[in-house]
Design a protein around this ligand. Structure first.
Ligand SMILES: [Zn+2]
Ligand SMILES: [Zn+2]
Length: 307
C-alpha cells in the first residue's frame, strides 16, 4: 500500500517534469482578461485559460452584447464574425478598464458542401492592447442541433424536439408570418411553456403557423457550449506558442493552402496541401505540413484521374 503511494507520487512528478505546462510561466500568468458575454460563456472559457496560462477571466456586470446583434434577429449583426467578436471584446475591455479581452461569436447555417447538414462555425478572439495584437482561433463542426420547423400545433413537431435535444437545449418560438416585430419567446425548456408559446404565436401568425427554432445562445445550448470550451483550449495552447522571430505569443495557423498532390498523377487537387502559420505581430510566416501528415490525395479527389 505504502509502496503504491510512493509510486503514484513519482509518476505525478515525472508527468509534471515532462510538462504539458510551460517551463517558464507564460506572459499572461497572473493577468486578468475580460470576457464579453451575457450568456454564461465564462463557465467553459475561464477554466481552460486558467489551467493553461494562469490567466484569470472575468465578466463585467451588466454588459449587453445584444447591441451587436442577436441570433433571433431583433438586432442585425453587422460585419464579419471576426469584426463582431473584436467589437464585443472591445466593449468588455472598455467596461472593465482592462487591456486584455476575449469574445466568441457563433454562426449557423446549412453547410454549402453537404446538403441538409447544419454547420456551426465558432470564432474566438483574444485582444492584447499592450502588445497591440489580436489572436484568433476558430472551429467548424456538424455537431450542432441548429434547425427550425413550422407547426400549427404541438403534435406537428414530430421528432423535432428529440433532434433539438429538448429540454436540455432550449427552443425559441415566434409567429411564422407577418409579424416581424413580435417579440420571440426565447429560452423555452418546458413542454408547458412551449405549448403556450406555440398556441399564441400560431394564432397570431397570418398563416396560422408558429416557427419553432433551436435556441443557439450559449447558456441555452450545451452543444454550443462544448464547442466554445474546445475553442478556449485551442486558444490557450496557441497563446503559449511564441513567434520564432519576435517571441510574441499567439503563433499559429492563419490559413490553408489547397493543392494536395494526387497520389496517382501528382496533379494538385482541391484538398488542403499545407498550412501557413503566422505571428500576430510581425510579418514572420512559415508553411507547415497538414496535421494528419497526409502528403498525397486519393485519385478520386483528382480533377484529372476522376474528372
Ligand atoms: Zn490524379
Ligand atoms: Zn513575430
Amino acid at each position: 500500500m505504502g509502496a503504491m503511494l510512493i509510486k503514484r507520487g513519482g509518476a505525478r512528478f515525472r508527468f509534471r517534469k515532462a510538462g504539458r505546462a510551460p517551463r517558464t510561466p507564460g506572459r499572461y500568468h497572473g493577468c486578468a482578461a475580460v470576457l464579453s458575454t451575457k450568456h454564461g460563456k465564462e463557465v467553459v472559457v475561464a477554466p481552460p485559460l486558467k489551467a493553461l496560462l494562469g490567466l484569470a477571466v472575468q465578466v463585467p456586470a451588466g454588459l449587453d452584447t445584444d447591441t451587436l446583434g442577436t441570433f433571433t434577429g431583433e438586432v442585425e449583426r453587422v460585419g464579419t464574425p471576426l469584426e463582431v467578436a473584436a467589437r464585443k471584446a472591445r466593449l468588455g475591455m472598455d467596461a472593465a478598464g482592462l487591456s486584455l479581452g476575449l469574445a466568441s461569436e457563433g454562426s449557423f447555417g446549412p453547410d454549402p458542401r453537404v446538403p441538409f447538414a447544419p454547420l456551426h462555425h465558432e470564432l474566438m478572439v483574444f485582444v492584447d492592447d499592450r502588445l497591440q495584437i489580436q489572436v484568433v482561433e476558430q472551429m467548424t463542426t456538424h455537431r450542432t442541433n441548429y434547425e427550425h420547423i413550422t407547426a400549427a400545433s404541438f403534435a406537428d413537431l414530430g421528432d423535432f424536439l428529440d433532434r433539438a435535444g429538448f429540454p436540455s437545449h432550449a427552443v425559441v418560438v415566434r409567429p411564422n408570418a407577418g409579424l416581424k416585430t413580435w417579440p420571440p419567446h426565447k429560452g423555452l425548456r418546458t413542454v408547458e411553456a412551449l405549448q403556450a408559446a406555440l398556441r399564441e404565436c400560431a394564432s397570431a401568425s397570418r398563416d396560422g403557423l408558429a416557427r419553432v427554432e433551436t435556441d443557439m445562445r450559449a447558456h441555452m445550448n450545451p452543444s454550443r457550449l462544448a464547442v466554445i470550451r474546445r475553442l478556449a483550449f485551442r486558444l490557450g495552447r496557441r497563446l503559449l506558442r511564441r513567434c520564432p522571430a519576435c517571441e510574441t505569443p499567439g503563433w499559429g495557423v492563419v490559413e490553408v493552402v489547397k493543392g494536395l498532390p494526387c497520389a496517382e498523377c501528382g496533379h494538385p487537387t482541391g484538398l488542403v496541401g499545407e498550412l501557413v502559420a503566422a505571428c500576430p505581430l510581425c510579418t514572420h510566416r512559415a508553411n507547415r505540413p497538414r496535421y494528419d501528415g497526409r502528403r498525397a490525395a486519393p485519385a478520386r479527389d483528382c480533377p484529372y484521374c476522376n474528372p
